[in-house]
Structure formats: structure tokens, C-alpha cells
Design a protein around this ligand. Structure first.
Ligand code: PEP
Ligand code: MN
Length: 363
């Protein structure tokens, strides 16, 4: 519920509202307007509370109920609270503004494999004017025998990409465990701590979308810095579950969340499509919440020859950014080579997708 206070409401009247909120065990968020406290967002399950419970108090101008279960990220909340963010929330990462008029591309390998591979890909990603490098140091693999990632050694390679080319980094935190490196030695810090230290955007993978405790830990650990989080949709999750997972992060203290669609499981066999591209979810997410929406055409399709077309479709449908896997030598990639585009393909996708974005934003 959103409580609008009258202009210059007396502090005692504001206090009385706070007391009522606390009496029911709810939390609240205060939005200061030009004349002091203008709006109070009440947080909790208010289904059994009448608007009049607050409306009858002195200096309360009006009370707006938020009917969406994902309260904080809903457009309803942003509009009800008269936030400046009626539009999409803008998240600045280096020189990129995610959720602004410009399309933001994040590109790089599925996994970091060697200093040479990272250096080669970083160079062309930077030359193409792409501001954000992706690359997994911790890989959530379906088989325990598959390559699990370079861990901290990989993250240090990303540090070099940042300092040499000014690229910003998005990389996945797979949990709170201590990664065991190739020599069998566990890393000192846990995966989340290492990723927060070495990244500019923390990716939460599809497999962890419903790890609610992990989402809360992540939000608590990034509450102060508000380090952006890229949350991927679980491959079998509904859009409501996806939105509620984002709500977990926001409600636990970090509002800088971007949603990433990456394809869902349908009845299609993987020989044609690894997942089914959920393009139709883009306008729904844009309508329901005010978080930026990113589309990952690589996992959504599984095949590099489909990545271009689906990238353009996603941007036409309103995606604010693309997360694309690319490799300097896809045939030799240790992970997801078939869906990794070449430098030439990436350059073309960028050019064409930016053109479409300009058309979309002109409306
Ligand atoms: C990835 O981005 O490399 C990845 C593992 O993605 P997802 O969580 O979407 O499978
Ligand atoms: Mn991958």
C-alpha cells in the first residue's frame, strides 16, 4: 500500500502512521518529496488490511493499494508512489546505462578458459565498442565431469580486461560454496564473495532463480553498494515466479536488478533449439515491472546461426539489452561453442540491433 501524506504534514502525524504500520508488523519505505515526507510505501502482506486503517489518520491524503504480488518492482508501485521512475529503472554500469534509450550489449565467452582466449575475445569485444564483457569463472554444469570453470584465476583475467580496456564485467555467482580449483584446493572466499569483488554486475543463473536464501544473501551483501544484479529466468519458471524472485532481491535491499530472459523448456528437441525463445515475455515484463529487460539469444536458441535473428526479434519486442556468447574459436570452446557467435557475426548483430533499438525508442 502507498500512503500519500498532505503537504507539510506535522511530524507527529507522520509518526502516528509509522506506529500503525509497525503495530501490524509491516515494514515501510519513505519517499521524501520537496515538502518533507510525501509518500510512505507499506511493505508486507496487506491483503487483510482495509485502506481506511491508514486513511482515517490525520494528514493522510490518500491510500493506494498495490494489488500485484511483486510489490516493489511493479509499475503500479512506481506510479502509485509517484516515483520519478515511472519509466524503466536506469542502471548505470561504467559508460553504459541499462534501461535508457541506448541498447546495451554484453558479450563474451560462456566460460573463461585461458589467458590467451580471454585476451583475444576481450580485444575484439572492446574494438566493437561493446561496453560490458561477460564470462563465467564458475560454471553451473549439468554433469560433474564437465569443465567447472577457472574460478578465481578466471576472475583475475577479467580484472585485466577491466583495467586494460575499461570494460565492465558481468559474471555468474553460483552459490555460497568454496570453489575447489584444478589442484584440489578450495578457494579462501566463497563464490559470491569473489564474484562481488571482481565484477560490476553479478549474474544469477537460471538454475539459481529459485534459490531464495541465496537471493537474500546476495541482496544483503550488495545492499550498501547496490551493485547491479542480472537475474536469469529459470528454464521452467512462470513469469510470476520470475518477477517474485526479482522482488526477493529488491525487498532484501538491492533495487538494481535487471531481468534476463534466456529461453524456456518446451517440447522442442535440442537438436533444433536448445530452449524456446520466450520473446513474448518481453512486453509482459515491461508492462508489469519497471526493471530493465535483457535477452540472452545464445542459451535461448543453442545455435549460432539462430542468434542473430532472435537478437533482432528481442530488441524489436523491447529488450533493453542483449547478453551474447562469443568465442574467438567456437569449435574449440570448452563450453557452449555451438551457440557462440564469431566476431563478424557479433559485429553485424550489434549494428542491426542498434538500428532497431533506435526505431523502437522513437516510437
Ligand atoms: C551462462 O550465462 O553461461 C549460463 C550458464 O546461463 P543460464 O543460467 O541461463 O543457463
Ligand atoms: Mn553458456
Amino acid at each position: 500500500m502507498i500512503i500519500h501524506m498532505t503537504k507539510n504534514a506535522a511530524p507527529a502525524n507522520v509518526e502516528a502512521v509509522f506506529r500503525r504500520i509497525k503495530a501490524k508488523g509491516f515494514g515501510y519505505e519513505v519517499i521524501h518529496g520537496t515538502t518533507g515526507i510525501n509518500v510512505i510505501g507499506v511493505l508486507g502482506d496487506l491483503s487483510g488490511v482495509e485502506e481506511s486503517y491508514f486513511a482515517e489518520l490525520d494528514s493522510v491524503e490518500k491510500v493506494v493499494r498495490i494489488s500485484k504480488p511483486y510489490k516493489r518492482i511493479s509499475r503500479q508501485y512506481a506510479e502509485g508512489a509517484k516515483l520519478c521512475e515511472k519509466e524503466t529503472r536506469r542502471i548505470r554500469v561504467g559508460r553504459a546505462v541499462i534501461g535508457g534509450p541506448d541498447l546495451v550489449i554484453m558479450a563474451g565467452p560462456c566460460s573463461l578458459e585461458s589467458a590467451e582466449q580471454v585476451a583475444a575475445i576481450t580485444r575484439y569485444v572492446s574494438e566493437l565498442g561493446i561496453p560490458i564483457l561477460r564470462g563465467g569463472a564458475y560454471k553451473p554444469r549439468a554433469s560433474p565431469y564437465s569443465f567447472q570453470g577457472l574460478g578465481l584465476r578466471g576472475l583475475r583475467m577479467l580484472d585485466r580486461a577491466r583495467s586494460r580496456y575499461g570494460l565492465r564485467i558481468v559474471t555468474e555467482a553460483t552459490g555460497l560454496h568454496h570453489h575447489v580449483n584444478a589442484d584440489g584446493v578450495p578457494e579462501k572466499k566463497n563464490v559470491l564473495e569473489n564474484v562481488i569483488e571482481h565484477s560490476d554486475i553479478v549474474q544469477v543463473g537460471a538454475r539459481n532463480m529459485k534459490s531464495y536464501g541465496f537471493l537474500q544473501e546476495l541482496a544483503a551483501a550488495t545492499k550498501r553498494t547496490r551493485k547491479p544484479v542480472l537475474l536469469k529466468r529459470g528454464d521452467s519458471s512462470t513469469l510470476e515466479e520470475f518477477l517474485l524472485a526479482a522482488e526477493y532481491v529488491v525487498a532484501s535491499g538491492n533495487p538494481n536488478v535487471m531481468l534476463c530472459l534466456r529461453g524456456i523448456r518446451a517440447f522442442e528437441e535440442t537438436k533444433f533449439q536448445r530452449y524456446t525463445a520466450d520473446i513474448g515475455a518481453i512486453p509482459v515484463l515491461k508492462r508489469e515491472c519497471n526493471l530493465p529487460v535483457i535477452f540472452d539469444p545464445s542459451h535461448a536458441t543453442g545455435y549460432r546461426d539462430s542468434v542473430g535473428a532472435i537478437s533482432l526479434a528481442a530488441v524489436a519486442a523491447g529488450a533493453d539489452g542483449l547478453l551474447i556468447e562469443t568465442h574467438n574459436c567456437p569449435a574449440e570452446a570448452l563450453c557452449d561453442g555451438e551457440q557462440s557467435v564469431t566476431r563478424a557475426q557479433l559485429a553485424r548483430i550489434k549494428k542491426e540491433a542498434e538500428k532497431i533499438r533506435r526505431t523502437v525508442c522513437r516510437g
